[in-house]
Design a protein. Sequence first.
Length: 427
Amino acid sequence: PYVGPTAEEILAKRKEYLSPSLFHLYKNPVNIVEGKMQYLFDDKGRRYVDAFGGIATVCCGHCHPDVVEAIMSQTKRLQHSTVLYLNNAITDFAEALASKLPSNLKVVFFTNSGTEANELAIMIARLYTGCHDIISIRNAYHGNAAATMGATAQSIWKFNVVQSGVHHALNPDPYRGVFGSNGEMYARDVQDIINFGTSGNVAAFLSEAIQGVGGIIELAPGYLPAVYSSIKKAGGLCIADEVQSGFARTGSHFWGFESHGVVPDIVTMAKGIGNGIPLGAVVTTPEIAEVLTRRSYFNTFGGNPVCTAAGLAVLQVIEKEKLQENAALVGSYLKDRLTALKDKYELIGDVRGRGLMLGVELVTDCELKTPAKAETLHVMDQMKELGVLVGKGGYYGNVFRITPPLCFSKEDADFLVDAMDLSLSTL
Ligand code: PMP
């Protein structure tokens, strides 16, 4: 049994010693003391089905024994040496990672987070093209440092920092967007930005395949191929932010961009890559990677042996346990059950997503699509009481984000939908 401080004591210390900007998801926050695969346990030993997976971070399952073993055995041998010396952990993982990417995407730069990966990708694109302008999509989330906060396009995540050379294109959002599911119409906005907002040349276009923080928005079909073609003509690079949609989460493919039939010039990743260990990466072609030889580029912890040993174990577990197939199977089962729930409750305006990256949007009026923010909070709290943790997102905070560990089972899916059903019925 747990013998540490109570939730109240931790909360009091958080208030006193941690940033006042920290938020938590529930009226009475849970004190999570243990995790095992798709389950979390609180200080009273109560089990929760984790349908948020640390924001799509835990892909193999909490404390997966193979990943833990890889971390422990590497930790005992060598934790850090700097990449100035040779060690096989980093090269073994880089080779395995490159084998998962298409085309000539095979040069890997390791970072410690998604923000760092996107910052580096943007800098590489600017260096390679000699241009400054970046285009990202409204409602996107790409990180919280200088360039990435600029590329992020939701006011709630943007501080008053100088945002230079960033343009935000119309969101190709099939549910709320002005052109519905017509991806090519939204893509025209990117061409317009190039024509009327830049010199005609740009450094890069940066986007998620499915917006995560933005509320699980799948980009309208046909959008990415048309945009990639415009960007290439303008001399720019296409960057795929796979921080949430990568590592088999979408089920049908290993990377989110693959379902759009495009091949990016640069792919960035984090979260799932380390199953909870701080790790990120930028993967690009040898030709593009060359630009970093113009100066010295160095990252102290990026690619350290402990994190890269974990990364390699993650890839092996995804393969061994057929997690991509499971994400496809359980994901489509769960989506079908959620879609059936939509027929039962008018409050559910939309069910969307792919694999185990699903969203449920609540609206008080299906025609006007009025965000049901308070109801979302209420249902989320009720579901927690019933033992299910889901995430929340979208600009209006009215979308459930369902991004569990990829070992999620049909039984977990049933439990989640039944808990959502019961919670919706109490409104
Ligand atoms: N890109 C995407 C798509 C993300 O969802 C996030 C984090 N929510 C980031 C980048 C930034 O990653 P990190 O928090 O590791 O810096």
